[in-house]
Design a protein around this ligand. Structure first.
Ligand SMILES: NC(=O)C1=CN([C@@H]2O[C@H](COP(=O)(O)OP(=O)(O)OC[C@H]3O[C@@H](n4cnc5c(N)ncnc54)[C@H](O)[C@@H]3O)[C@@H](O)[C@H]2O)C=CC1
Ligand SMILES: O=C(O)C(=O)COP(=O)(O)O
Length: 526
């Protein structure tokens, strides 16, 4: 039975789902060295933001197939390291959207009315109505940095509060921003004009310290800033200084450069700073959503099914996969075949998606072709997750082309591999019953079902060759299951494709090439 480690608190509903297919251990607050020590036993790891999944942990996770992040941000997971090892990383892209957006809005309003400090003063027994005179958000300008799922929901509610909306998001179109009711502007303008700035972007090298001393200095003294996205997008020291020096009016923060927040100048700011301990996703509803979302994906992957929202398998969503499933096997087979024909080191793989496969949705077929191509070198270590990265690291260039006009079959796939030993190509299609047919080899038309052991020859089309080759194979006790010659002109160059019942013994290729008329021969194991 598979084993799953849950290393952060998740809702019981998630544990129940995992328990359908695996034995589940819940061990929270593990130290990194403790996690490294035990991770080798587990097939899956389920986390929230509390566990840092470093390269060291991934290396130690020799059985790991999937890391499930019960939430959105995967910045605490070394995704490239997981990808290299073929480990799927999944998250819950939408499960906590509303919770995080509502938290940002709650932070904006409670910061504006000093609610946390006013509440604390009443509980201390005071009745101070002068200190806590706040500001209204009505008719103020809200600058939203990152107009994705959370940013868009914040926009909708803020509009209803009567706010004017500016947004900065280089990856969103002006039309989309307008639909949401936001004016798309550049970051510098947003920073100068906004009364409130709320961040809803991922933490990346580009967004680290996006809000720094220089940008804080350009804000209005009345500006208030909200960060419920990720710690480190704001330079915390610069922010604390800007509030203390009156350069801006306040900040409401849910996330920090280092969590839990330790010694920090943020803590010495008075009512102008509202600090929560990373509570954006902490609602009962969101925790149920993310636990179900991620536990189901872990369960599916452990059962050999695809994951719904893998962050490191682009385009491989289950609907598309269902549609392409029969062709994935074709692509993998052709990849294996052309890789072995090319021999040596492949430098370029040209994948042509033909007929009805000539659409963007067919992109996973390129990944499947690469998986087949790399199988020879990597065996079971290559999968859909790491095929592209492994190819890149080996310097294999991939060119993807589409030709909808080729209609010999409903859809067909043409692979051409160029390596140190030359260029070879193979085309394949599916018959009505879903059976694979090799339809072209190095430009010669054929019609052959692939089999585990195959022999291909390039020869001159002349009498006697087939007989001689048959005798040669017979002398090695190799049985021929099917044989076909493909030629363009009579007595010209031709290829022969043989499906064999038995593996070819060593040395037979040298013998094959000695047969008069045969120029070259290749063995392939599929
Ligand atoms: N405090 C909490 O507990 C929670 C925090 N989050 C965090 O909130 C953030 C946003 O999450 P979602 O809206 O779900 O993500 P999303 O992917 O839907 O939206 C992110 C948006 O940021 C934009 N973006 C990326 N780089 C940018 C840049 N350099 N400048 C401006 N815009 C940029 C993208 O185009 C995208 O529209 C994430 O960092 C996530 O980790 C999410 C849930 C809970
Ligand atoms: O989903 C996210 O990105 C979050 O930040 C939520 O974090 P959490 O699962 O509450 O540790």
């Amino acid at each position: 039975m598979s084993k799953v480690l849950v290393s952060d608190p998740i809702d019981q509903v998630g544990i129940d789902i995992l328990s359908q297919v695996a034995s589940v251990d819940v061990k929270t607050n593990l130290k990194p060295e403790e996690l490294v020590q035990i991770i080798g036993e587990y097939d899956a790891l389920m986390i929230r933001s509390g566990t840092r999944v470093t390269q060291e942990i991934i290396e130690a996770g020799t059985q790991l197939k999937i890391i499930g992040r019960a939430g959105v941000g995967v910045d605490n997971v070394d995704v490239p390291a997981a990808t290299r090892k073929g480990i799927v990383v999944v998250n819950s892209p939408e499960g906590n959207t509303i919770a995080a957006a509502e938290h940002a809005l709650a932070m904006m309003l409670s910061m504006s009315r000093y609610i946390p400090d006013a509440n604390a003063s009443v509980k201390r027994g005071e009745w101070d109505r002068k200190t806590f005179v706040g500001a209204e958000v009505y008719k103020k300008t809200l600058g939203i940095v990152g107009l994705g799922k959370i940013g868009s929901h914040v926009a909708g509610v803020a509009k209803a509060l009567g706010m004017k909306l500016l947004a900065f998001d280089p990856f969103i179109s002006t039309e989309r921003a307008e639909q949401i009711g936001c004016q798309l502007v550049d970051l510098e303008l947003l920073i100068q004009q906004a009364d409130y700035i709320t961040l809803h972007i991922p933490k990346t090298p580009e967004t680290t310290h996006l809000i720094n001393a220089e940008r804080l200095a350009k804000m209005k003294p009345t500006t208030r800033i909200i960060n419920c996205a990720r710690g480190g997008i704001i330079d915390e020291e610069a922010l604390a200084a800007a509030i203390k020096e009156g350069k801006i009016a306040g900040a409401a923060l849910d996330v920090y450069e280092i969590e839990p927040l330790g010694e920090s100048s943020l803590k010495s700011i008075g009512k102008e700073a509202v600090l929560t301990p990373h509570l954006g996703a902490s609602t009962a509803e969101a925790q149920v959503n993310v636990a179900i979302d991620v536990a189901e994906q872990i369960r599916d992957v452990l059962l050999g099914l695809p994951a719904r929202s893998a962050v490191n398998i682009p385009g491989l969503n289950p609907d598309v996969l269902q549609e392409l499933k029969p062709y994935m096997q074709l692509a993998e087979t052709l990849g294996k075949l052309v890789g072995q024909l090319a021999g040596g080191r492949v430098e370029l793989l040209n994948v042509r998606l033909q007929g009805e496969l000539a659409t963007n949705r067919s992109q996973p077929l390129v990944v499947a072709s690469l998986k087949g191509l790399l199988y020879q070198a990597l065996r079971e270590r290559v999968n859909y997750v790491n095929a592209s990265i492994e190819a890149k690291e080996r310097g294999i260039r991939v060119i993807e082309t589409r030709d909808a006009s080729i209609k010999d079959y409903a859809g067909s796939l043409h692979l051409e591999a160029t390596g140190s030993l030359g260029t070879h190509s193979v085309t394949g299609a599916l018959l009505g019953d879903g059976e694979i047919r090799l339809t072209n080899l190095d430009g010669f038309p054929i019609n052959v079902p692939p089999s585990q052991h195959m022999l291909f020859t390039l020869h001159r089309d002349q009498p006697g060759i087939i007989g001689k080759l048959g005798s040669l194979l017979g002398s090695y006790n190799v049985n021929i299951a099917s044989m076909q010659v493909g030629r363009k002109i009579v007595r010209g160059e031709a290829v022969m494709a043989l499906s064999l019942d038995d593996p070819l013994p060593d040395g037979i290729l040298t013998e094959t090439i000695k047969v008069p008329g045969i120029r070259d021969a290749y063995t392939v194991t599929l």
